[in-house]
Design a protein around this ligand. Structure first.
Ligand code: NAD
Length: 251
């Protein structure tokens, strides 16, 4: 846990702020039992081959990658995970009227489960709770496709057009949804405090919201167990458990 003086200083900044924009990454959900990618116990750290499953080129070209991806989705911890103290602290920030936007790279739906409102949450990398067709406009709840998987299909295709289905998430190599990153950048420009939580801040374009907030004169606070490329420009870096730190600074 960071020293009490640093916690008190950041808590004071949040008390004084009117518009806090938060950026969260996979690190906020590890305490809910969902592994991150690049942390010490991360999916890619422990199994570098897993990176293939997150790349759209392999997904589209290789039915075996799709079969494995569907198995992983059926077993995804997001189905049973509950929000932890970090998620709940961000819900309380919204309840206090301080939250301008909660930009998340996460696909697990836990911010909405914790009580943050859909109007404030910007899911830049989509959600694993929905499925979308890569060819047509079809989009539907994961549960409908999960039933087909449980009934024995290994690589279910779109019932509308026969196209390849995928969780409604953004894989590496896939374009972001139009308008979503623009909204995230706008929320970074409009805030007076940017709180970056549980991210290595290496995935672009979303990591770009951090320097943008700083350029627009916001205070920058980073909460993460490991160093990030933006620690040098941050007004405060709090290293330690997100579940301990966020309740202490968000009130
Ligand atoms: P990342 O895996 O690159 O980094 C996570 C960071 O959080 C690491 O630096 C790690 O040390 C830190 N961390 C982990 N648990 C922590 C804790 N309890 N307290 C403090 N720090 C902690 O994550 P990223 O930057 O979000 O990039 C990964 C990409 O993969 C994102 O685009 C995201 O969409 C996706 N992803 C999402 C989930 C999810 O939805 N929960 C899980 C894995 C990956």
């Amino acid at each position: 846990m960071p020293d009490p003086a640093s916690i008190a200083r950041v808590r004071g900044w949040i008390d004084a702020a009117r518009k806090v924009t938060v950026l969260t990454g996979a690190g906020i959900s590890t305490e809910s039992g969902i592994p991150d990618f690049r942390g010490p116990q991360g999916v890619w750290t422990t199994n570098p081959k897993a990176e293939k499953l997150s790349d759209i080129r392999y997904y589209v070209s290789d039915p075996e990658v799709r079969r494995l991806a569907w198995q992983n989705r059926l077993a995804h911890p997001a189905w049973t995970a509950s929000p932890n103290r970090g998620h709940l602290a961000l819900a309380s920030l919204e309840a206090r009227g301080k939250l301008h936007a909660l930009i998340t790279q996460n696909i697990d739906g836990l911010h909405l489960k914790a009580g943050n409102s859909a109007g404030r949450v910007v899911e830049v990398h989509g959600t694993v709770l929905f499925v979308a067709c890569l060819q047509c406009d079809w989009r539907g709840p994961m549960e409908a496709v999960a039933e087909r998987l449980r009934a024995g299909e290994e690589d279910p295709s779109c019932t509308e057009c026969g196209g390849i289905l995928k969780s409604d998430t953004i894989s590496f190599g896939q374009s972001l949804k139009p308008g979503v990153i623009e909204r995230a950048m706008r929320c970074a420009q409009e805030c007076d405090l940017m709180l970056a939580v549980g991210s290595t801040l290496q995935v672009y374009p979303v990591a770009g919201v951090v320097p943008v907030a700083k350029q627009f004169d916001a205070k920058l606070v980073i909460v993460n167990a490991q160093p990030t490329p933006f620690d040098d420009i941050a007004d405060a870096v709090l290293a330690g458990s997100i579940g301990d730190i966020l309740p202490a600074i968000c009130g």
